[in-house]
Design a protein around this ligand. Structure first.
Ligand code: GLN
Length: 380
């Protein structure tokens, strides 16, 4: 096994799915999202298979899809991107991240990641030979200050990861925070990798703000978006990266070398999805809003102090008074005795900060959420 894999293991997110299957539990661990795929999306993919759309696409994806993405970026994100050279369709947001770190950074470069983090940002960087560096944001608001950001930089720091809305905290970065990011990135000549896969899942009237629209961040940013959550197609593995042309060209080259292109018929499926009316996207957010509130109520009733998320479909809950030594122990206790799988908070932190936390995913059918809530209330 190669040296670059040393210390890497399958994430606790995926491990808990296996444990959940073994125990026959309700899986609120991995962010699987088992809601139905919009029929137009599934239908268009099926039609493409029937029409024998079975060959490669350009590595950057179908032009029609990139045009639809560019229109959506202008409409929903205030981003003007050229579909000809600034958009790359990738194998999931994860594929976009992997292509970006390999295309734009050198082995030994430092990449600053805010914790709690999504583990793929860390291990995806490690496998590219980068040195992950960390800045801890404190609950419940996870506020980013310019001073803390500057203090976290090291001489070799070349990039910063922003995830908004964030997995696992649900934090959405404010304009003031992103202006601070823009100033620091400008002064230190940093690349900003912005993961916005949860852009449409946000609560209490909050608006999504793409970092690349703030200050001069467009020139130094890779904006990563995904379709897994937007169309409930986590297994289709489709996402895209948006960046100025020289960066996009490098990302497209890595995309090509790793897996040639994203699956052709599925690209047709999501193209149809981009024509869904705005009510589809707002309806999705309100459906998640209800599920969020339902789950948070159950967690509160069970004494698990949820940290109410601004966006995304996870909630971190404080279980430090359960008396378990570790978050893994708490997650296994809830799984074995409560029949609900979660992800131990330690999966999202380097140090001990996550040991009192569990992450629950609420991207589940209403009946599943209801039964999970019953079990959580009973567990108390
Ligand atoms: N993004 C999802 C989560 O955080 C899925 C992670 C995975 O299994 N790759 O749970």
């Amino acid at each position: 096994v190669a040296d670059r894999l040393r210390g890497l293991a399958q994430s606790d997110i995926r491990r808990m799915s296996r444990e959940s299957d073994r125990a026959g539990a309700i899986n609120l661990g991995q962010g699987i999202c088992d809601l139905p795929t919009p029929p137009v999306v599934a239908g268009a993919a099926r039609a493409a298979i029937d029409a024998d759309e079975s060959t490669y696409t350009y590595t950057e994806g179908h032009l029609a899809l990139r045009r639809a993405i560019a229109e959506k970026l202008a409409r929903d994100n205030c981003l003007q991107a050229d579909p000809g050279g600034e958009v790359v369709v990738t194998v999931g947001a994860t594929g976009a991240y992997a292509a970006a770190v390999n295309a734009l950074l050198n082995p030994g470069d430092g990449i600053l990641i805010m914790e709690p983090y999504y583990g793929y940002h860390v291990n995806g960087a490690v496998i590219a030979g980068l040195e992950p560096q960390f800045l801890t944001l404190a609950p419940p608001r996870f506020t980013l200050s310019e001073e803390a950001l500057r203090a976290a930089l090291r001489p070799n720091t070349r990039a910063l990861v922003v995830c908004t809305p964030s997995n696992p905290s649900g934090k959405m970065f404010s304009r003031a925070e992103l202006e601070a990011v823009a100033r620091v990135a400008h002064d230190q000549d940093l690349l900003v990798i912005s993961d916005e896969i949860y852009e449409y899942i946000r609560y209490d009237g909050r608006q999504h703000l793409s970092p690349a629209t703030v200050g001069d961040l467009w020139n130094r940013s890779v904006t990563i978006m995904g379709l897994s959550k937007t169309f409930s197609i986590t297994g289709w593995r489709l996402g895209y990266a948006v960046a100025p042309e020289p960066l996009s060209r490098a990302i497209a080259l890595v995309n090509d070398l790793y897996y040639v292109c994203a699956p052709n018929p599925l690209q047709h499926g999501v193209l149809a999805g981009f024509a869904l009316p705005p009510s589809y996207f707002s309806g999705m957010a309100s459906a998640y809003h209800r599920k969020r509130d339902q789950l948070c109520d159950a967690l509160s009733a069970a004494g698990m102090s949820p940290i109410i998320p601004d966006g995304a479909y996870y909630v971190l809950a404080d279980v430090s008074d359960w008396g378990f030594q570790t978050a893994r122990g708490a997650a296994m206790g809830l799984l074995e005795h409560g029949g609900v799988a979660s992800v131990p908070g330690s999966a999202f932190y380097q140090g001990a900060n996550g040991e009192g936390l569990l992450r629950f995913c609420f991207a589940k059918e209403d009946a599943v959420i209801e039964e999970a809530c019953r079990r959580i209330r009973r567990f108390r």
